[in-house]
Design a protein around this ligand. Structure first.
Ligand SMILES: Cc1ncc(COP(=O)(O)O)c(C=O)c1O
Length: 393
């Protein structure tokens, strides 16, 4: 790495997160780590730490992602969460990659083909999100029968994905009951991996019936969405309003708070490459987006919107002190500093002093989006067993 802009990914924290999740939610056999989009942009070489923590299945969104992981990790089962083109199923099968099916026509075509190895399949059930999945009970029953009758396919799993898992959420119960109804004719004892819950379902709701697995995404990466009420009158009223809503609508228990210990493992750094004095009335950066209100000192940092960082992030931290971002370019941001800052000082974009929550709040977004913004141009430095290694993805 010659440009000192990097994401620091603490694999040890991720291992600990998985261990803590498993300790608290210990009633499952399959802990499926969702590692799509280069492991939520942490980099796929977090996988050994996830496995050490207790992840025993991986999930990705495409065959390309699955094959990239298979190059390095031969033994761990991998599920593709979206249906793939039927002409590529052979490639998945050859590489021990599990596919997902979501409609009867696809299954009918699948069973006409011969595969050299047993093809592992998970069925997707649409619980109301209207994105993917079977919507019709007859199609589910017929697909189940077709797959079970085929001699080189194995219906290993069945899953749904919940659109909500919220705060005053009447959709969740409907989605769950719809799923139960759609699968009610199947002999579920023949399907080893039944997985409905994603991270927020897990922390907000009771365990879903029949499930033997969970899919862990953002929670495993350290984002625990806790909502706590303060003792203020405003919060008391909000809390009462919610309780009454849940009661009136017969909504099943929803937990806003929990004692699960997970921590973010992703922090982002760069360094100061230039410092200049700017006089009152002068501009900083493109388009006169910023005009100096007074004489000031400005530092230039080599990280820009091509790396996923822009002026809306708000602040950076240098030597543990926060400084405001004034303007951005494709490759750099400019920051107002004071005379304690020196060339080559390390700059934290987020991590310890600037929390991910603070950045998400400034951007009006959440951790899923924040991680996705950080581009692959940013080198990932992984910490594992307290040792650092640099990886360019
Ligand atoms: C089908 C499916 N399962 C699981 C996940 C993981 O969700 P989360 O990060 O909320 O756990 C996703 C994420 O988008 C998904 O699409």
């Amino acid at each position: 790495m010659y440009r000192k802009t990097y994401a620091l990914i603490n694999n040890d924290i991720l291992e600990e997160n998985v261990k803590n999740i498993k300790k608290k939610y210990n009633d499952y056999k399959y802990y499926i780590g969702v590692v799509k989009n280069n492991a939520y942009n942490h980099g796929i070489h977090i996988i050994p730490s996830l496995i050490k923590g207790g992840i025993n299945y991986l999930a990705v969104s495409s065959l390309d992602e699955a094959l990239e992981i298979r190059k390095y990790y031969l033994d761990i089962p991998i599920l593709i969460l979206e249906p793939i083109d039927i002409e590529n199923v052979d490639i998945a099968c050859k590489n021990d990659i599990t596919i997902s099916v979501d409609n009867l026509d696809y299954v009918k075509e699948l069973v006409t083909k011969k595969y050299k190895k047993e093809l592992k399949i998970h069925m997707i059930i649409d619980s109301g999100m209207n994105r993917l999945g079977f919507q019709n009970k007859d199609d589910i029953n017929e697909s189940y029968k077709l797959i079970n009758e085929s001699d080189n396919m194995f219906l290993e799993g069945l899953f749904t994905h919940f659109a909500t898992s919220g705060f005053m959420d009447s959709y969740y119960d409907r989605a769950l009951n719809k799923t139960y109804e759609l699968i009610s004719d199947l002999d579920l004892s023949k399907i080893p991996i039944i997985h409905f819950a994603r991270s927020l379902t897990l922390i907000r709701h009771d365990k879903c019936k029949y499930t033997t697995g969970i899919r862990l995404g953002i929670l495993m990466y350290g984002y625990n969405s806790i909502i706590k009420y303060s003792t203020s009158l405003k919060d008391y009223l909000r809390c009462k309003k919610r309780e009454n809503y849940l009661k009136k609508n017969h909504i099943s228990p929803t937990y806003l708070d929990n004692d699960l210990n997970v921590k973010p493992a992703f922090s982002l750094y760069s360094k100061v490459i230039s410092i200049r004095e700017v006089k009152k009335g002068e501009i900083v950066g493109y388009d006169a987006n910023y005009i100096a209100k007074d004489d000031m000192l400005v530092a230039t940092i080599p990280i820009g919107y091509a790396d996923g960082v822009n002026r809306n992030f708000g602040n950076v931290a240098i030597n543990k002190k926060k400084y405001p971002i004034l303007n951005d370019c494709m490759d750099m941001i400019m920051v107002e500093i004071d005379n304690t800052v020196k060339i080559n000082d390390e700059v934290e974009i987020f991590g310890n002093i600037i929390s991910q929550e603070e950045v998400c709040k400034n951007l009006g977004t959440n951790a899923y989006h924040l991680y996705s913004f950080i581009s692959n141009r940013v080198v990932r430095v992984h910490i594992e067993n307290n040792e650092k290694s640099e990886i360019k993805y």
